[in-house]
Structures are given as structure tokens and as C-alpha cells.
Design a binder for this molecule. Structure first.
Ligand code: SF4
Length: 334
């Protein structure tokens, strides 16, 4: 990565690079990044113009001190409300774990009523509500919208007519699963991504039976909140290396992603798996192929295997010749 200040940061992928200018993504050729990095180079007028127009200077990425830390022991929680729920746990998450965002999933209107009473008096962190039932009463819904700390409401309704910038009408999966890749070019995420997994890091999931996990996608469960002697025990569970196993699996350790220009601005909920060589792979393929810079559905898109890229529990290998041929075919046609 090269930069001249925090407003301009560059990332090199396999097929193309990215420059961020004041938070905006602009794609640039890999050759331009190589050109900037060369100490003695033959002058390329086009590149020189680009460099001078954008006032670029070059820094070795190893010298950039990307410090990231957070006062939050857990920065975001996904909490599925159910019968056993005890709102003291939300207080604990907020006041002791110093969480910034609580995502609450609710599938019952009585529970929502109880929750709203609690939110009114006790909660000051940001809350997203994911509501899995139809709310007929518009006044009731308006009262939810008016909660200042409820900043997003995801509701599964086709005929919903109320409008608010807090409401997200969408079809909500009942389980968090599949491939939810989200690109977000902000400096905090870029800093966090240097040494952390930007989805699993400092996340906590409490499931419908009180099960404690790092995230809903994880297999490993660390007991149940129903069995805790005290809410304080939750802090101990979270501080164990086993609970934090995925927090430090940053994209430079992951097959495919390590070659992707989006790797420092990507939030990806796929489970990573460790191979014997201490590198990580995914069993689900991303819908972006960084070797040809194409998203699934784009004209010319090919899967990894069609490009000769193998990533599994045994190996990671790249057929550079095949990719060069495909890129020639795709990009020379366009
Ligand atoms: S390959 Fe996909 S998941 Fe990996 S960094 Fe790129 S966009 Fe994100």
C-alpha cells in the first residue's frame, strides 16, 4: 500500500489497483502502482500527469503505522430475543463491554413491547432492530421510529407504506448464512483490517437459546447465558483465545482475498478455515473474482476454478498463464 496522506491511499490487487481519494474509490492499473514504486524508471507521461494531478508521493507501506484499537471489548452484538432473555445482559453489554452497536432480532410483538420499555429507560448505544413479524398498527410503528437510539429498522414486509430513513424494507434471511460481502472504504476499517478480521473481530452473538458465540456463522458455542452464574462470566468467556480465534484472521492470511484490491475495505461473513501451512481458505467462493476484476453476473465473469485457481484444505495454487489468457480475452474485448 502507498499513500501520501490519509486522503489518498492505494491498494494493489492481482488485476488492478484502487486509489482512495477522500474516501472515493477509483480503480487504477497495477502498472501505475509498480511505476510509482520503481526507483529508476523510464518516464511515462500519462502516469506522470496522473501522479502530479493527484499530488501523489510514495511511502513504503511497512513504514505506515496503522494503529487500530477500540475502547469496546465487544464493538457489536447480535442478540436474538427469546423467552429466557434477561435485559440485564444488554445493560452489561453496553456498560461493561462498552459495545457501540446492538443488533436485536425479534419475532414476537409482546417481546418487542417489553424491549421498547427497556430501551426507553436504559439504552444509549446505537440499536438496529430486525423485526420478523408484521406490524399492523402504524402508530405503534411510528413510536418505534421515534426512539432516538434505534437508527435502523429492518422489516420484512412487502406492503409497507410508512417511510422513514430508518426503515429498511428487505427480505430478511432467518439465519445469517451465505455470502454477505460488503465494501466500505473508510479509514477506521482500513486500519482495523491490517491485523483483524473485519467481520468477526470484537463481535458477540447470543442466539435464540441463549447460546454464546463469536458470530452466528460460527460452529463453536461457548455455553449459554442461561447457565452463567453472573453476567460478569461473559467477560471471561470473551477474553479467551478460543473465543477470539477468528478475530485476527486478517485478509492477508486468506487465500484469494490476499490478492484482492478490496481486502482492506471488505467486510465478509464467510467462515475462514485454517490449513496446515497456517494460511486460511474459505469453503464458499466470494462473488468477486480478484484475478479478473469481475463480480458474479458481470459480462466475462469466471469462477476461480475456471481461472485455474485452487483454494482448499490441501493447497492454494494459481495458474498465472490461464489467468493471463482470460484477462486478455475479457479486457481486450471490452
Ligand atoms: S475476494 Fe471477496 S471477500 Fe475477499 S477481499 Fe475481495 S471482495 Fe472481499
Amino acid at each position: 500500500m502507498i499513500t501520501n496522506n490519509s486522503n489518498r491511499i492505494y491498494f494493489k490487487g492481482y488485476c488492478r489497483g484502487i486509489i482512495l481519494i477522500q474516501g472515493q474509490v477509483q480503480f487504477i492499473p497495477v502498472d501505475l502502482i509498480d511505476y510509482i514504486n520503481e526507483e529508476s524508471r523510464e518516464i511515462n507521461i500519462e502516469y506522470e500527469n496522473f501522479i502530479s494531478q493527484n499530488q501523489l508521493k510514495v511511502f513504503n507501506c511497512d513504514t505506515i503505522n496503522f494503529k487500530w484499537d477500540s475502547y469496546s471489548i465487544i464493538s457489536n452484538v447480535i442478540y436474538e430475543l427469546s423467552d429466557h432473555n434477561d435485559f440485564r445482559i444488554i445493560n452489561f453489554i453496553q456498560n461493561v463491554l462498552l459495545c457501540k452497536l446492538i443488533i436485536i432480532k425479534i419475532n414476537d410483538s409482546n417481546r418487542l413491547n417489553v424491549l421498547l420499555k427497556f430501551l426507553k429507560s436504559e439504552i444509549f448505544v446505537e440499536v438496529y432492530l430486525i423485526i420478523y413479524f408484521t406490524i399492523e398498527n402504524k402508530d405503534f410503528f411510528k413510536s418505534i421510529i421515534n426512539f432516538p437510539n434505534v437508527t435502523k429498522i429492518f422489516i420484512n414486509s412487502d406492503n409497507f407504506t410508512l417511510s422513514s430513513n430508518k426503515i429498511y424494507l428487505r427480505s430478511i434471511p432467518n439465519k445469517y448464512s451465505g455470502n454477505l460481502i460488503h465494501i466500505n472504504p473508510n479509514f477506521e476499517l482500513i486500519s482495523e483490517s491490517q491485523y483483524h478480521h473485519t467481520y468477526f473481530n470484537r463481535k458477540l452473538y447470543i442466539g435464540p437459546n441463549g447460546e454464546i458465540k463469536n458470530a452466528p456463522e460460527c460452529e463453536e458455542t461457548f455455553g449459554s447465558i442461561k447457565d452463567l452464574d453472573s453476567v460478569e462470566d461473559l467477560k471471561e468467556i470473551i477474553s479467551t483465545p478460543a473465543f477470539q480465534k477468528y478475530w485476527f484472521v486478517h485478509k492477508d492470511l486468506c487465500d484469494v482475498c490476499k490478492h484482492c484490491e478490496f481486502r482492506h475495505m471488505c467486510v465478509d461473513n464467510r467462515m475462514p478455515f485454517e490449513r496446515a501451512d497456517n494460511q486460511w481458505y474459505h469453503k464458499i467462493e466470494c462473488n468477486y473474482n480478484p484475478f479478473i476484476a469481475k463480480w458474479e453476473g458481470d459480462p466475462g465473469y469466471r469462477t476461480l476454478s475456471e481461472c485455474g485457481v485452487i483454494s482448499n484444505e490441501n493447497e492454494f495454487s494459481i495458474d498465472h498463464d490461464r489467468i493471463a489468457e482470460i484477462n486478455k480475452e475479457i479486457w481486450e474485448e471490452e
